[in-house]
Ligand binder design. Sequence first.
Ligand SMILES: [Ca+2]
Ligand SMILES: [Ca+2]
Length: 222
Amino acid sequence: MNRNGTAARTMEALVLGAIILSSATSVSADPNYVLDDGSGAYNIGPSQFDAQLLWGNYFDATPGAETITEISVSLSTSVPVGEPISILLFDDPTDDLDPTDADLLARTDTITVAPAFNEFQTFDIPDATVSGGFFVAVMMDLQQGQIAAHMDDSNDLGRSWLFFDGEINLDDLGSSPLYYNMASTPFNGTWMIRATGVPEPSSIAIMLLGLHILIRRQNHRW
Ligand SMILES: [Ca+2]
Ligand SMILES: [Ca+2]
């Protein structure tokens, strides 16, 4: 092989390296499941009693983004720093836009940091693969008058839900004594909750294997 051939092969390896790098960095990509327009109008919380509040958005999985890795949330700026907060991912087995029968897949328990107006905090969750309809939610214990849930004021799709209980049963959301599809309330808005989905790990592995085979075949040709 001459020097030009060696240089070409080095360049080819660099290009392939760049492709592999870009697929790896896509794991921390911007949220690709987004319903809100980034501009919140309302903050909502229990006005008559202390309660555990769970609020979330219903999404449909798109091909190549079925493994959910991160959830991003914009909270009311009135939420104190250091409050316990749970970040939750459910899959809906019935894929019917109704998460009351959804199965909990992943959970991260953490604490709040100082929220800035209309800014999103991104929370890592244990990676979990969804199919069809899935539900992404936030849960907090709130005192009467504490408004935490931040909402964009349009919800044409009816995909935002709110659950109240003394202690919400995450294995049976539909058992909550109070729950609403926000489209049937005066606050028909979209929760400012987003999710990041990436290809399933098996498909990444297959893709990398494909590149490896490609490299081997090209080496044979040289
Ligand atoms: Ca589903
Ligand atoms: Ca359902």
